[in-house]
Design a binder for this molecule. Structure first.
Ligand code: DX5
Ligand code: ZN
Length: 219
């Protein structure tokens, strides 16, 4: 289980995106939050900006789709060249088909669960995914407080993944910071999204390095 850090550009300066991307050369991924103002009460960016980021970034793009009807829209993000495309279980009516399509287009396939969504009903989907994303805040906004109530689910999810052979990455997203990342790592997460903890820091590169060392020290 290798620790990976995926800074979320949601908290970056959108007028200077290319510079903000270049500010985290020591990260593993660049987390891009696509919100449609339907699945979540916020609107961010869509495919044209993701395509531009794929061209501008040296890091692979970790696309988190907080949109209704991901079955219709997700494949285009894979086709555009996102390294990873994550859909929400709550929004998908044909997750097996969509996850397989994402994979067949060459991206890693991710499945996201909101804080109140139990992981157990998705046990049978673990063979269909490369990453499980557990939201540790209600999706929609950066800078929210980490929800401790998700920690037992992170542990249970890690158990399910191990029973399937341990290949699937376990990502946490929301309120991940120097104060909370160790708890997440201890519970079994290995991919850490951090928005305000990275882009709210003066030195983004140092913030990534310190989150990584805290997570590595906890496991
Ligand atoms: C929230 C997004 C997150 C967000 C996290 O719905 O999915 O990726 O950027 O921001 P922080 O790390 O500030 O909670
Ligand atoms: Zn996200």
């Amino acid at each position: 289980m290798a620790v990976q850090i995926s800074p979320s550009i949601l908290s970056a300066d959108f007028a200077r995106l290319a510079d903000e991307v270049a500010a985290v050369p020591n990260a593993d991924w660049l987390h891009v939050d696509v919100m449609d103002n339907h699945f979540v009460p916020n609107l961010t960016l869509g495919l044209p900006v993701v395509e531009a980021l794929i061209k501008a970034a040296t890091l692979p793009i970790d696309c988190h789709l907080m949109i209704t009807d991901p079955d219709r829209w997700a494949p285009a993000y894979a086709e555009a060249g996102a390294g990873s495309v994550t859909i929400h279980a709550e929004a998908s009516s044909a997750p097996v088909r969509t996850l397989r399509e994402i994979r067949s287009l060459g991206s890693r396939a991710g499945l996201a669960l909101n804080p109140a969504t139990a992981v157990e009903p998705y046990d049978d989907l673990i063979g269909e995914i490369d990453m499980l994303l557990l939201m540790t805040v209600e999706p929609g906004f950066g800078g929210q407080k980490f929800l401790d109530m998700v920690l037992p689910k992170i542990r249970r999810a890690r158990g399910l993944i191990e029973r399937h052979g341990g290949e699937v990455w376990l990502q946490v997203d929301g309120g991940v910071s120097a104060d909370t990342i160790e708890r997440c790592a201890e519970a079994g997460a290995d991919v850490f999204v951090a928005g305000s903890a990275v882009y709210g820091a003066d030195d983004r590169e140092a913030a990534v390095a310190s989150l990584r060392s805290l997570a590595e020290g906890a496991v």
